[in-house]
Design a protein around this ligand. Structure first.
Ligand code: AMP
Length: 288
């Protein structure tokens, strides 16, 4: 596996990959601190493309001023070994100055789908995500790209941006969403889970449990507002310090729903435990 840290080296490495009889290139963007969730994306990519390019870049533009940019785990050597073992051909791991050279002045903002939920709780976050993913697409020019449904709103923002801007990918359908990979107790895997103390880690399993319970209630016909309020109360009782949002939304537009309709819906939650913010989302079956 080659590791590129400059755009020149990346360009040459990509040309070499494409020279090897062509073949389809899949991109898997990450911020590193890799876990089974990330590796599942890599495996999916490997199954569908000829060459996998992974990126590791802790993107300062998607962190707010009071967020965990400095504390975010960085372990490039360990991550590179994991990616190599999965058969990744090329790791793109630029420094911040390589991605955003002096004078960098452009930002991509996706209206609508990026505005509620995490967009409301983390102003500027999705502009940072859209900007860096647009750059990654242009730098790598992949045939397909893989993202986790764990970050459901992010996936919607990226699909919208790629479609609106005719970004490098051949077709927006080549942005592939991969179902969330979970720990044995149901907690969605996340690089941020390592911030949790053992007590917090145990309490965190209340998030997927309470969500499943809420979904069972909604699918059985319970009212949305009351179910979401009960979900929030359950999280606070389990040891969460705050709930940024617990929302039922249309799966495609992410517009809030006050009742379950015929279209696919999604339950999305962001909640804090100690200083750590956890997010999760699950499908809700349409009303029968
Ligand atoms: P991150 O390093 O957190 O920016 O995540 C990089 C990619 O991995 C994103 O597309 C995430 O949605 C995806 N991802 C993170 N955690 C999981 C998980 N538990 N299951 C599936 N995909 C995930």
């Amino acid at each position: 596996m080659q590791i590129a840290t400059t755009r020149d080296v990346l360009r040459n490495a990509l040309a070499a990959l494409r020279g090897e009889g062509g073949g389809r290139i899949a991109l898997v963007p990450t911020m590193g601190a890799l876990h089974e969730g990330h590796l599942t994306l890599v495996r999916r990519a490997k199954a569908e493309a000829d060459h996998v390019v992974a990126s590791i870049f802790v993107n300062p533009k998607q962190f707010g001023p009071n967020e965990d940019l400095d504390a975010y785990p960085r372990q490039l050597a360990e991550d590179a070994a994991l990616l190599e073992a999965e058969g990744v051909a090329l790791l793109w791991a630029p420094a911040v100055e390589e991605m955003y050279p002096a004078g960098f002045a452009t930002s991509i903002s996706v209206a609508g789908v990026s505005e509620g939920l995490c967009g409301a709780a983390r102003p500027g976050h999705f502009d940072g995500v859209a900007t860096v993913v647009a750059k990654l697409f242009n730098q790598v020019q992949p045939d397909m790209a893989f993202f986790g449904e764990k970050d459901f709103q992010q996936l919607a923002v990226i699909r919208t941006m790629a479609r609106d801007l005719d970004l490098a990918l051949p077709h927006v359908d080549n942005i592939i969403g991969v179902p969330t990979v979970r720990e044995a107790d149901g907690l969605a895997m996340s690089s941020r889970n390592r911030y949790l103390t053992p007590e917090q880690r145990e309490a965190a399993a209340a998030l997927p449990h309470a969500m499943r319970k809420a979904i069972a209630a909604l699918e059985a016909g319970a009212q949305v507002a009351g179910t979401l309020a009960a979900l929030e109360a359950e999280l606070l009782a389990a040891g969460f310090s705050g709930v940024d949002y617990a929302a039922l939304a249309d799966s495609a537009s992410l517009a809030p729903l006050t009742a379950l309709g015929q279209a696919p819906a999604r339950l999305l939650v962001a909640a804090r435990i100690g200083g750590t913010r956890l997010i999760d989302n699950m499908a809700v079956n349409p009303a029968r």
